[in-house]
Unconditional design. Structure first.
Length: 292
């Protein structure tokens, strides 16, 4: 029993990081469009604002993964969680399009890195267990279920500072989870080292070695399907919030609709991951649910 409790204590901060990291993106997809509409920004520019936050992740995701391996997941997650706490509070201070674009990129990359860190911890501590990966996915869906309505209600109650303040407080939960995350993975001899300034510079060799993995069919298929899923989600979130606001819904109701749309069935599906491979192959699952 004591071993199970100890294992659970090591796992819960990782699930907490999942809960507060990826859901932060969903919350920002509600508050940022509401803020932009309040400022009179056109729907086309709002689409750019929401899409541009993925640009650093596209350019530096490989380098971010290298940092997680080289420096350890925990310190990298803590650093980017700090950005996730501060950046939302800068939006009301700088209500112009170009600063908002820069903030979106910093914010988006911060949440991407903390989410990648949570996935890395599952891989290292739980040896890539499907069961634990499913639990991490469930925690993300729970964050998407409860976070957006809270942020929407805060927007209705206190305006922009309430909405962005709620996101910042949500990121405080991310910071606490990262601080409580175990320092090393399951291998206590895992080689990590201190941060150096040179670590910030991407290396071509890291990109080449990662891109070579795309020659493996299984990896290429997963990357392709993931790109399609994320792209379709990005298109929806760009205009869905604008439409809901134009038909007169409150911020709280917008948050409720946006959150439940990505959480309830997703959580149920994630819980089935541990059992599904026994019924149908993982490759067939990818094709089946992608087609849906």
């Amino acid at each position: 029993m004591s071993q199970k409790i100890s294992a659970l204590r090591r796992q819960l901060p990782i699930y907490g990081a999942g809960l507060f990291s990826n859901s932060n993106v969903t919350i920002s997809s509600i508050i940022v469009p509401l803020w932009a509409l309040h400022l009179g920004v056109s729907p086309g520019i709002i689409g750019v604002l929401l899409g541009i936050r993925h640009l650093p992740g596209l350019l530096f995701a490989i380098h971010g993964g290298v940092l997680l391996d080289r420096l350890g997941a925990r310190p990298v997650m803590i650093a980017f969680a700090g950005f996730a706490v501060v950046v939302p509070l800068l939006f009301p201070i700088m209500p112009w399009v170009w600063p908002m674009m820069i903030l979106q990129m910093v914010w988006g990359f911060s949440t991407t890195m903390t989410w990648m860190g949570a996935q890395t911890c599952v891989s290292q501590m739980m040896r890539g267990s499907t069961r634990h990966a499913a639990r991490l996915s469930v925690s993300v869906r729970l964050g998407m279920l409860f976070g957006p309505p809270i942020a929407g209600w805060s927007w209705d109650t206190w305006g922009a500072w309430g909405g962005f303040g709620a996101i910042s407080l949500w990121a405080v939960g991310l910071m606490i989870s990262c601080l409580l995350t175990p320092k090393l993975g399951f291998d206590e001899q895992q080689p990590v080292r201190r941060f150096r300034i040179g670590d910030l510079v991407p290396r071509g060799t890291d990109y080449l070695s990662s891109l070579r993995m795309m020659t493996i069919p299984a990896i290429a298929i997963c990357v392709y399907l993931s790109a399609i899923r994320i792209a379709s989600y990005g298109v929806q979130e760009s205009f869905y919030i604008v439409y809901l606001k134009e038909i007169g819904l409150s911020g709280e109701n917008i948050g409720l609709l946006a959150g439940t749309g990505h959480s309830l069935l997703g959580a149920i599906g994630a819980l089935m991951l541990g059992l599904a491979p026994q019924i149908v192959s993982i490759r067939r699952q990818l094709y089946l649910f992608w087609s849906l």
